[in-house]
Design a protein around this ligand. Structure first.
Ligand code: PLP
Length: 414
C-alpha cells in the first residue's frame, strides 16, 4: 500500500519511495476501525511486549544501573567492549564458536546490521538470494542499494524448509550474497541441521563470488528441535551472522543487534572495512542498552524456557484450531512466533487475493493479520501471517471469528 503524498515540490528519491513494509501497511485500516470505536484483535505484530511478555527483572535493573553509573555517553562504534565480550562468551557457550572481539559489531538491531552489510556489499546489478517468503526488509534493502532480490523456494509441504536445489538453480555470476533466516519469519520454520549443512556447503562452493548472511534472531525460540548456528555447521564458509536481543530477550524497543564475522580466508575484508566505516558514521548503538544486554547474556536464562513453553502451548492450540477451519490449512511452525496459514478456499471465496482476504477479515471480524504476498509476491500469495503471541483466550476469540468468517464467506460464494 503506497502512502499518498501531497503534490511534490521537490522530487523524492526513488530508492526510498519504493520501500514497502507489509507488516505496518495493514495497520492503517485497523487504526481507522479503532477510531470508529471497534476493538481489533491484532495478530500482526512481531513484538512479544505488545502481548504482555516482559524481559526478566535483572535486565531492567541492569538498564537502570547503567544509567545511574553514567554509561550514558557514546560507546565505541564497534560496541561497548563489555557487551562485545559477553557476545563472544555467549557464542562459545551456545555454539562452541571462538570469535575474537574484532569479529563482533554491535548494531541498532538486526535491521541496522542488515542495512550496513548490504550497503557495504551490494553493487548495482548484484543479486541477493532471499528466502521466499521472508521478512520484508531483505527485499526492500537490497533494492535500496541498487541490487535485485531473488527469492528461492521454501517447501510448504516440508514445513517450509528451504529448497536447496532451487537455491542452486538461482545462483548466477551476479549473486553476491545468499540469505538464510533460521528460524524463519513469516513461516516459523526451524531448518534441520542436514538442510543447513547442504545450504551452507552450497554457498561455500561459490565462495569466490558470494557469501552467506545468516539471520539467527530467533535462534533460542524453538519448540521441538534445537536451532543449529550456521557458523557451527560450516565454519569455513564466509558468512556474516546477524543476531540480536529483540526476540529471545524480549526487548525489541531497545534496538540491540550484532553482527558476527566468520571469514577464515579473509574473503570479506573489503566488505567488513566498508561496514566499519559506515558504522563510525552512525556513531554507536544505544549505550545503556548495551550494558543491560551484557547482563542479559551473562545472567540467568530461565525466561527462555518459560517463554518457549508458553509459545509451544499457543502454537499447538493455533494448529488445532486452524486444522478445524474449512478453507484453511497450516504447515507446522517449530520456532519464532508466527504461523503462515494457506487460504485453500481463496478461489471458492469472494476474494481476488490474500490482501483482499486480510482486509475483509479485518472489516467483518475485526481480526488483523498480514497478507502473505507482503513477504513474497510469489510464494507468499494465498497465505496470511499471524503471531501466536496472544494468550489462549484471545487466540480462541480470534479463531472463533476466523471460523465464522470462513463459513459465512465461503457459504455466500457457494
Ligand atoms: N530479522 C528477522 C527475521 C525478523 O523477523 C526481525 C523482526 O521481526 C528482524 C530481523 C528485526 O530485528 P531487530 O529488531 O533486531 O531490528
Amino acid at each position: 500500500m503506497v502512502e499518498t503524498v501531497a503534490a511534490p515540490v521537490l522530487a523524492g528519491a526513488e530508492r526510498s519511495l519504493q520501500m514497502e513494509y507489509a507488516i505496518r501497511d495493514v495497520v492503517l485500516p485497523a487504526r481507522e476501525l479503532e477510531k470508529q470505536g471497534h476493538k481489533v484483535l491484532k495478530l500482526n505484530i512481531g513484538d512479544p511486549c505488545a502481548y504482555g511478555f516482559q524481559p526478566p527483572e535483572h535486565m531492567i535493573q541492569a538498564l537502570y544501573d547503567a544509567a545511574r553509573d553514567n554509561a550514558n555517553g557514546y560507546t565505541a562504534s564497534e560496541g561497548d567492549p563489555l557487551f562485545v565480550d559477553a557476545i563472544v562468551r555467549r557464542e562459545k557457550r551456545r555454539n562452541g564458536l571462538d570469535y575474537a572481539p574484532s569479529d563482533v559489531l554491535v548494531t541498532t538491531g538486526v535491521t541496522e546490521g542488515l542495512q550496513l552489510l548490504l550497503g557495504a556489499s551490494v553493487r548495482p546489478g548484484d543479486e541477493v538470494l532471499v528466502p521466499g517468503p521472508a521478512y520484508p526488509p531483505y527485499d526492500s534493502l537490497v533494492r535500496y542499494f541498487g541490487g535485485t532480490p531473488v527469492h528461492y523456494r521454501s517447501l510448504e509441504d516440508e514445513d517450509w524448509q528451504p529448497d536447496v536445489d532451487d537455491v542452486r538453480r538461482r545462483i548466477t555470476p551476479r549473486t553476491k550474497a545468499v540469505c538464510l533466516i533460521n528460524p524463519n519469519n513469516p513461516t516459523g520454520a526451524l531448518y534441520t541441521e542436514p538442510v543447513v549443512k547442504e545450504f551452507t556447503d552450497l554457498v561455500g562452493e561459490h565462495r569466490k563470488q558470494c557469501f552467506l548472511v545468516s539471520d539467527e534472531i530467533y535462534d533460542e525460540m524453538t519448540f521441538d528441535g534445537v536451532q543449529k548456528a550456521s557458523a557451527a555447521v560450516a565454519p569455513d564458509v564466509p558468512m556474516v551472522t546477524l543476531n540480536g536481543m529483540s526476540k529471545v530477550y524480549l526487548v525489541p524497543g531497545w534496538r540491540l543487534g550484532h553482527m558476527l564475522w566468520n571469514d577464515p580466508a579473509g574473503a570479506l575484508s573489503e566488505i567488513k572495512a566498508g561496514v566499519l566505516k559506515a558504522a563510525r558514521n552512525r556513531l554507536c548503538a544505544n549505550s545503556v542498552c548495551q550494558r543491560a544486554g551484557a547482563a542479559a547474556l551473562d545472567g540467568p536464562q530461565d525466561h527462555i524456557a518459560q517463554v518457549n513453553a508458553t509459545l509451544k502451548e499457543r502454537r499447538d492450540y493455533t494448529l488445532k484450531r486452524l486444522d478445524g477451519i474449512d478453507g484453511i490449512s497450516c504447515a507446522r511452525p517449530d520456532g519464532a512466533f508466527y504461523a503462515f496459514p494457506r487460504i485453500d478456499g481463496l478461489e471458492q471465496g469472494p476474494w481476488r487475493d490474500d490482501m483482499e482476504f486480510v482486509l475483509d477479515l479485518l472489516k467483518e471480524e475485526k481480526v488483523l493479520a498480514v497478507h502473505g504476498s507482503g513477504f513474497d509476491a510469489g510464494s507468499g500469495a494465498g497465505h496470511f501471517r499471524i503471531v501466536i503471541l496472544p494468550d489462549l483466550g484471545t487466540l480462541e476469540d480470534a479463531f472463533d471469528r476466523l471460523e465464522r468468517f470462513m463459513a459465512r464467506r465461503l457459504g455466500d460464494a457457494a
